[in-house]
Write a protein of this length. Structure first.
Length: 164
């Protein structure tokens, strides 16, 4: 139960950071030119994404919001098997404990945008010469880091099994 409350507090803090970043993007960047932070590499920009990752499925806001809700429900329902049990004290469970609030906050942050704005606000814009990475937001960062942690947890779990 303690882990649940810690995760809930973490999710609320992560959601607040995502919401503040998006509100700042709307207030300061909407209608303006991109703001160079590291010239030639990283800008702050305002982008309305009406799809999902990399702008896929444009215009399918409600199906994407429903998919996010379903994914969140499955993650919460299967949380012990997905994120591990900390009582085991394993490295994989600790990585899962850090990944859990990140993925919840990421899904919720983008779902809130889809439901209340009709689009997701993106503002982190990386590029190198002619190469350009799709613009993204903090919720996307949370999901990406959580997936990375879960991959590491999977490797750690496999390594722990091999040692036994």
């Amino acid at each position: 139960m303690k882990r649940f409350f810690i995760a809930a507090v973490a999710v609320l803090n992560l959601l607040a950071a995502d919401a503040v970043a998006k509100e700042l993007a709307v207030a300061k960047l909407k209608g303006a030119a991109a703001l160079p932070v590291v010239p030639g590499f990283f800008d702050l920009a305002y982008v309305e994404n009406r799809g999902c990752a990399w702008g896929l499925l444009q215009g399918h806001v409600w199906p994407l919001a429903a998919f996010g809700a379903l994914a969140l429900a499955v993650l919460v329902w299967k949380r012990r098997s997905i994120f591990g049990d900390l009582s085991a004290g394993s490295a994989s469970a600790w990585l899962g404990a850090f990944a859990e609030p990140l993925i919840y906050a990421g899904i919720l942050g983008n779902a809130i945008d889809r439901v209340f704005r009709g689009h997701v606000v993106d503002m982190l814009d990386f590029h190198w010469g002619a190469s350009h990475f799709p613009c993204f937001n903090l919720a996307d960062v949370y999901i990406s880091v959580a997936v990375g942690l879960m991959l590491l947890a999977s490797l750690a779990e496999r390594n722990e099994r091999n040692r036994k």
